[in-house]
Design a protein. Structure first.
Length: 491
């Protein structure tokens, strides 16, 4: 302000020392008003916006915070089947669809819905596998999921999930962030923001990928406008789990520790002066990287697991696989990691839905069941929430396109699909929701993606309407202005 007044004096010929306080307020009143408004907004935000009212002042961005109420789950493993598995060939058996095979589904069922790769009057495609009832719950599962059938009484199958997005990347981002475009915080980021971290030796939010890639990319685990300390940390399948975690030649532990201490002191001085939360993220990242040099190799060493455990998962310690990722996820939870995402890409069955499902189920079914058994045997399933599913479902109609070399496939279907949840306060051995006789629309107990997000946060002790962050003039949340907790599936 003084510099502005001095410049003003030079421009008008007035002596700077002769500019009065009245002149200052007349010329700079708008700026003073902005300063006052910012102060008021900061005070209001500090009183109301954060997830944990009356919590003690945090010592760091990932310090433990109190949930809104007693949680039933403390941690999450999200098994994201990106590409969208066909619910009609795995979980949602529709004998009526078999009767319609080769015929068009009635227009009144389609309701004017348009598709990317098929016409709305495409012929129906019946279930491609045999189904059978399993467990005391009598849940029907496809023959290509024999291992899940053995633990079906431990899971809650939801057949009435629906989404707003039709294409892979927007639908994946929508499920993970509550919004169809990049830029919003992911579910794992919201959870660490609301609850903090239980360990300082490993990241609170870890991401692994075991397939051919992820359409939505890093936006699926981004922290968006939250401080970047809440971003998911991607672990690699081979070699060092994180690039450059190994010290270069000639740098011993003492030299590295002294360098980090010096950098840390400079960063803390800057943080005290500027108050930029990203400086706090930088400090935390340097310290975590240092600790990861010890904790990451120990975590990734599956040689300490028993032969029986490795066989149960079907995991080879030396080879990247979905099974290895599931076993690593369990080890991560044991070491205090809060949220683990495992993406298995490759379920996009526009052609040969039979071959696609056989291959993907062979790669994932055994490990999914083993993960539940392992968590249960270790007493961890009760307070660990396991989530399985993709970004949308597949159509009851067949996709055949000779120009693209496609036949016997299914197109994207956002109106209805199936997911399952286990542990963490979810009722086991139940099937919730239903679709119509052709599997096209939800007929009973619809569960929107926002409802699932609200329910996941609720199980962790967080109220999705109160877990907010002030950004660009309003309070944002994972569920935006939507979402209801699905209370019928809770214990």
């Amino acid at each position: 302000m003084a510099h502005q007044c001095e410049r003003r004096g030079r421009q008008t010929g007035e002596a700077p020392l002769e500019i009065t306080r009245r002149h200052f307020f007349r010329e700079c009143g708008v700026g003073v008003g902005k300063i006052a408004l910012a102060s008021l907004l900061t005070e209001a935000f500090s009183r109301s916006a954060h997830a944990a009212p009356a919590a003690p002042k945090a010592a760091g961005p990932l310090s433990l915070k109190r949930p809104h109420f007693a949680p039933k789950a403390k941690r999450v493993i999200h098994l994201f089947m990106s590409g969208a598995p066909s619910q009609l060939d795995l979980f949602d058996y529709k004998p009526k669809l078999k009767e319609y095979e080769g015929k068009s589904i009635p227009p009144e069922v389609i309701g004017g819905q348009r598709y990317a790769f098929i016409r709305s009057d495409a012929a129906a495609l019946g279930p491609q596998f045999k189904f059978a009832k399993h467990g005391q719950s009598g849940a029907e599962l496809s023959e290509v999921m024999p291992h899940l059938a053995g633990v079906v009484d431990d899971i809650c199958i939801i057949k009435s999930v629906k989404t707003d997005q039709f294409n892979h990347a927007p639908a994946q981002i929508f499920f993970n962030t509550g919004f169809g475009q990049p830029g919003r915080p992911s579910m794992g980021s919201w959870v660490t923001y609301g609850l903090g971290a239980e360990t300082s030796e490993l990241p609170a939010f870890i991401v692994m990928s075991t397939g051919a890639g992820i359409s939505g990319g890093a936006a699926n685990w981004s922290s968006g406008f939250l401080p970047t300390v809440h971003t998911g940390v991607r672990f690699r399948n081979q070699g060092d789990p994180i690039l450059n975690v190994t010290s270069p030649a000639g740098v011993d532990a003492q030299a590295q520790r002294e360098s980090l201490d010096l950098i840390g002191s400079l960063n803390r001085r800057r943080l005290e002066r500027d108050g930029d939360p990203e400086i706090g993220t930088r400090i935390a990242s340097y310290e975590l990287a240092y600790r990861l040099q010890t904790s990451a190799p120990e975590l990734m060493d599956l040689g300490k697991e028993s032969k029986e455990t490795l066989e149960m998962y079907g995991a080879d310690p030396a080879k990247p696989s979905f099974a290895r990722a599931c076993l690593l996820a369990r080890r991560m939870l044991e070491r205090g990691v809060r949220f683990v995402n495992i993406y298995h890409e490759g379920w996009d069955a526009h052609s040969d839905v039979v071959g696609n499902l056989r291959g993907n189920c062979a790669a994932t079914d055994r490990a999914c069941a083993a993960l539940l058994k392992d968590l249960k045997a270790r007493g961890m399933l009760d307070d660990t929430l396991v989530i399985w599913g993709g970004e949308f479902g597949r159509t009851p109609m067949v996709e055949t396109n000779t120009a693209l070399g496609r036949s016997k496939g299914r197109d994207h279907h956002p109106q209805a699909y199936t997911m399952w949840l286990a542990g963490g306060g979810v009722k086991p051995g139940i099937t919730y929701g239903a679709t119509d006789e052709l599997g096209f629309n939800v007929a009973e107990n619809p569960v929107h993606v926002h409802d699932l997000q609200a329910t996941i946060l609720h199980l962790l002790g967080l109220d999705h309407e109160r877990l907010t962050y002030q950004y660009q003039g309003r309070a944002f949340r994972l569920t935006d202005v939507h979402g209801h907790v699905v209370k019928d599936i809770l214990k």
